[in-house]
Design a binder for this molecule. Structure first.
Ligand code: MLC
Ligand code: AMP
Length: 499
């Protein structure tokens, strides 16, 4: 009995006087203080009548209290549902409603806009300031709610190639098992200081970075976002950093990023998007460090990792982590393919999620009865067992580590005045890795006003999803079956943003 996730994250360092968070203003929060804050929030959420199993949605800027609310959810047996701060009210409305969230925590400035959203969804809306004030008046200890590993700990929404976003249900065991494996694999200890510049509403910044640090009893330099100046200023105080490839290409673009600056670092981890082999090589040339690349997903947490000790091969994501099985299969038949052959990547293990919330059919399409999850990524395994990701079997763009689903953008563009149809593709981009381009076929003779079209996206889609370029085309290229040939468009516009 107990609460595996909460005990796993806090067990070893309960009440410790060591620092958990170093903040930008020079202040700090110890592990002990953080645990007290967590307990107070657990009381506050309970006062709002959230009971074990209820979902708590949160859309607030990155701050220590957002982390404490995550931890409070674990302690109170609630299901944590973090939301990208860039999402519009339209987008948020869907998540809050679909998840059936009991409580929705937002920024004070958005209370008015989000009021109707929460009301429609039947959620109790509170702003972070009010919740924090309520928490402040509560006791600093909370009786941890008993859970087992199969109980749900978090919902993370991930878009689909068709239809609306799906809530990936992650259990306590999913999160805990991955954190345990990663602490070991990457040798995290209480001496580590992780430079944390990622957002905390996704797997990378929340479950990978934060869970590992909490479990190891280490500390984090907790930056509100990736800010090149701040990162360069603070790197000498850190021992480890986790980032998306854009972090590393931006650092390499700055002459102050040198071997000296990184002399006390022991680990740079990259993931969420492909790291170009040339970035890996340039990074080693500049700093002497070989970036450790790993591969994960919202639905699975981390699947593979290059080794801490042993060769980190550029252009690969390493071997399956302990406890994770990985196989390459034929996308048509599902049959396993021999080593070296390219096919779809499937994974199984304690890290693999419980399915999509209230979407049994979608779950069946991607999660096999034998427990293997079809990732939608294409890859092969080399003779040493290292996995190389060569592409995607899903229509997905990854821009600066954010996933963008063309279908969602096409849906909005196609409804706009003057547009007959559209096709959205990802093209190479020097900063974001990939970026969004929309090919638009006008309806009738006169071309639609592209500025008006762009303005029309404002209320519907988060900014990072907006096409960086819209091009007018007479018709979309199609194959003999009538399917749009996105590869033709990708080739045509491949050099639009070349440096
Ligand atoms: C911001 N913008 C982006 C963007 N981020 N546009 C495209 N792609 C992105 N990733 C837009 C903003 O809307 C704004 O647009 C403009 O860029 C500047 O905003 P900004 O806030 O100043 O951007 P910046 O700070 O430079 O952000 C870039 C970034 C950030 C790369 C630092 O996006 C980031 O931290 N990405 C990490 C994402 C992540 O954590 N992914 C993990 C997913 S988990 P405008 O038009 O208003 O000027 C996962 C599983 C796994 O995938 O394996 O880890
Ligand atoms: P998300 O749904 O946001 O969790 O994104 C998961 C997707 O990110 C995976 O399916 C991959 O396509 C991609 N991804 C994550 N890590 C890597 C990596 N190291 N290299 C290439 N792609 C990656």
């Amino acid at each position: 009995m107990g609460n595996p996730l909460f005990d796993g994250l806090f067990g070893r360092h309960r009440g410790a006087e060591s620092v958990f968070l170093h903040l930008s203003d020079g202040s700090m929060i110890t592990h002990g203080r953080f645990l007290e804050r967590t307990a107070r929030f657990a009381h506050a959420l309970t006062l709002l009548r959230a009971v074990p199993g209820d979902r708590v949605a949160l859309q607030v800027e990155k701050c220590p209290d957002a982390l404490a609310i995550y931890a409070a959810c674990a302690q109170a047996g609630l299901v944590f549902l973090p939301l990208n701060t860039a999402y519009t009210a339209d987008e948020v409305g869907y998540f809050v409603e679909n998840s059936g969230a009991k409580v929705f925590v937002c920024e004070g400035a958005r209370l008015e806009t989000l009021g109707p959203v929460a009301e429609r969804a039947g959620a109790v809306l509170t702003d972070l300031g009010s919740l924090a004030a309520m928490a402040e008046a509560q006791p600093a200890e909370f009786e941890t709610v008993v859970r087992d590993g199969e109980h749900l700990a978090a919902f993370l929404y991930t878009s689909g190639t068709t239809g609306r976003s799906k809530g990936a249900m992650l259990s306590q065991r999913n999160l805990l098992s991955n954190a345990e494996v990663l602490v070991e694999a990457w040798r995290f200890t209480e001496r580590d200081v992780l430079l944390h510049a990622l957002p905390i509403f996704h797997t990378h910044g929340l479950f990978v970075a934060t869970n590992i640090t909490l479990m190891a009893g280490g500390s984090m330099i907790f930056l509100p976002k990736f800010d090149l100046e701040e990162v360069i200023r603070l790197l000498p105080d850190a021992t480890a950093m986790m980032g998306v490839p854009t972090f590393y290409t931006r650092l390499l673009g700055d002459a102050r990023f040198t071997r000296d600056l990184t002399a006390d670092m022991r680990l740079f981890v990259s993931g969420s998007a492909p790291l170009l082999a040339e970035t890996h090589v340039a990074f080693e040339g500049r700093t002497g460090h070989r970036i450790l690349e790993r591969y994960g997903m919202t639905e699975t947490n981390m699947n593979t990792s290059n080794p801490y000790e042993g060769p980190r091969k550029a252009g690969t994501v390493g071997r399956p982590l302990p406890g994770v099985e990985l196989k390459i299969t034929d996308p048509g038949t599902g049959a396993q393919l021999p080593a070296g052959k390219i096919g779809q990547i499937e994974v199984r293990g304690p890290n693999v999620f419980q399915g999509y919330w209230q979407m049994p059919e979608k779950t069946r399409e991607e999660l096999r009865e034998d427990g293997f999850f079809i990732t939608g990524d294409l890859g092969r395994v080399d003779a040493d067992g290292y996995v190389e990701i060569v592409g995607r079997n899903k229509d997905l763009i990854i821009s600066g580590g954010y996933n963008i689903y063309p279908k969602e953008i096409e849906g909005v563009l196609d409804e706009a005045e003057g547009v007959l149809e559209s096709a959205v593709i990802g093209v190479p981009h020097p900063d974001f890795g990939e970026t969004v381009v929309a090919a638009i076929v006008p309806e009738g003779e006169s071309a639609p006003d592209l500025d008006a079209l762009a303005n029309g996206l404002e209320e519907r889609l988060a900014r990072f999803k907006h096409p960086r370029r819209m091009v007018l085309v007479e018709a979309l290229p199609r194959n003999s079956m009538g399917k749009v040939q996105k590869n033709v468009l990708r080739d045509r516009y491949a050099a639009l943003f070349s440096a």
